[in-house]
Design a protein around this ligand. Structure first.
Ligand SMILES: Cc1cc2nc3c(=O)[nH]c(=O)nc-3n(C[C@H](O)[C@H](O)[C@H](O)COP(=O)(O)OP(=O)(O)OC[C@H]3O[C@@H](n4cnc5c(N)ncnc54)[C@H](O)[C@@H]3O)c2cc1C
Length: 442
């Protein structure tokens, strides 16, 4: 029985990161009928890594990558641009410390792979190993989260600095935070430039089709195929689904992950006078110690402030203009609260994007039908995690399951979530509680 894909990604043409880049010509859409050994759906970190790995391991196989929109306009190009090497483990139990250690192996492997590709292909994306400040606004969250995190870092033997309000103010130019833990291994970049670079440097044997939304798919039976709304059809041998939040539209992982909507803004470049009122660190990133209520911030290489705030359950993979405007206004307020010395800050770009989370923070990953494998549910850290997930799902589809896959699946796979409307009640209730507990962390 064919599946009809009920929800497609929509590009609202607002991505601030790609607006800073030169125009890119997309690859042609799929037209006519073709046969491929492999089809990868989705050209984000997961899909691109999967296709590249397949090409490495099976250089003679034909591989197609299908992307609904244009590379770099998806979540992979819309995120906050933190390639994070370390998990934030909320517990110091021996089991979770060991899980963290194995997650670090996966993270470092994926960062190494990204750095290798950036260097080899000269991908210009402002990639810089600047580390990150994991920051708490209130003493309560500092005690609850940062103290545990410091204990984890000690147990893992990881280098870190615990910074007080005054030390943060000297480095970043804001006295808003109670304290933070600085770890040096995170890299910051323009994510749209990175994902474009990864797509444009795919090995020659891979055909990438952009503006080719898959609207129909037959996963099983003697002649599996996919059909696109651009008028193309591919008969394939095996397929890798790498569409993260959109997996549910393909009827995959529906009861394992929920789509979440995030909002982000970039200001205009700060004036030299404004820059002089900031701290000594000229290119930094803050992640929030309170994951749901807190804000992610950056000072970019071209001296813009980025803020990512707002974390919404989004089962319809849609939103409305009222909600967008409310998020945008809040971004300006939250920036001005942190940097009152800069005066009014002009937001030049505002956008939104979807990701997927699971109840147990584990990935949705594995074989989903005879010919189909899927990697989804990034849980918010897909630059690194989904670079690894893409490579590992390709290996799994080729019958390889190594130690790194065991490390990646150390928490198991995404656990069962009851169907709607029970799910809606449960998720909204959890988010309400999280927002209330973190209301001073915004
Ligand atoms: C605002 C925001 C901030 C974030 N910040 C960070 C961060 O700082 N660090 C970090 O690591 N992660 C961050 N994330 C999460 C990160 O962006 C994701 O984890 C990552 O993009 C997942 O990669 P992916 O390839 O699995 O999925 P995606 O990037 O979502 O790619 C999936 C692709 O599938 C395509 N697709 C979907 N349906 C179809 C179809 N029917 N036919 C064809 N193609 C289809 C989509 O167009 C898309 O290109 C953030 C996300 C958002 C939204």
């Amino acid at each position: 029985m064919p599946r009809f894909i009920d929800r497609l990604p929509k590009d609202d043409n607002t991505n601030g990161w790609s607006a800073l880049l030169p125009k890119r010509s997309p690859r042609p859409a799929l037209a006519g009928e073709r046969d491929f050994d492999w089809v990868v759906i989705g050209a984000g970190y997961a899909g691109l890594a999967a296709a590249r790995r397949l090409a490495e391991l099976r250089p003679d196989d034909s591989i197609a990558v299908l992307e609904a929109g244009e590379v770099g306009e998806n979540a992979s190009g819309r995120n906050s641009g933190f390639a994070i090497d370390l998990p934030h483990t909320p517990s110091t139990s021996a089991a979770s410390v060991e899980q963290g250690r194995r997650a670090i192996r996966v993270g470092r492997f994926a960062i190494g792979e990204l750095e290798r590709l950036i260097e080899r292909h000269g991908i210009s994306c402002d990639w810089a190993r600047r580390g990150r400040y994991h920051a708490a606004v209130t003493s309560q969250v500092a005690t609850d989260v940062l103290t545990t995190y410091a204990a984890n870092l000690r147990a893992w033997g990881e280098e870190f600095e615990l910074l007080s309000r005054g030390e943060l103010e000297a480095r970043l130019g804001t006295s808003y935070y109670h304290s933070a833990i600085y770890t040096p291994g995170t890299s910051l970049m323009n994510p749209a430039a990175l994902v474009r670079g990864l797509a444009d440097s795919l090995p020659a044997g891979i055909e990438l089709f952009e503006n080719s939304p898959v609207v129909e798919a037959e996963f099983d039976g003697p002649s599996p195929y996919i059909r696109t709304s651009s008028g193309g059809l591919i008969r394939f041998g095996k397929l890798i689904l790498a569409v993260n939040a959109f997996s549910q539209s393909f009827g995959v992982f529906r009861d394992r992950q929920v789509p979440v909507l995030l909002f982000a803004s970039l200001t205009r470049p700060l004036t030299p006078e404004q820059q002089a009122k900031l701290g000594t660190d000229g290119n930094w990133g803050i992640t929030p110690a309170h994951g749901v209520a807190g804000s992610t911030l950056r000072l970019t290489t071209d001296k813009r402030l980025l803020i990512r705030q707002g974390f919404e359950y989004s089962p319809s993979l849609d939103t409305n203009e009222t909600r967008r405007q409310a998020a945008r206004v809040q971004h300006a307020e939250l920036l001005e609260r942190r940097f009152p010395q800069l005066g009014s800050l002009d937001i030049e770009h505002f956008w939104m994007g979807w990701l997927a989370v699971s109840h147990n923070h584990a990935p949705a990953f594995g074989q989903v039908s005879d010919n189909v494998y899927a990697a989804a549910c990034c849980n918010g850290a897909g630059i690194v995690r989904h670079t690894a997930a893409g490579m590992l799902i390709a290996e799994l589809a080729l019958g390889r399951h190594g130690e790194l896959t065991d490390d990646f699946l150390v928490q198991g796979t995404a656990s069962y979530i009851p169907p709607r409307p029970l799910r809606d009640i449960g998720v909204q209730w959890t988010l309400m509680r999280e927002r209330a507990s973190g209301r001073h962390e915004r």
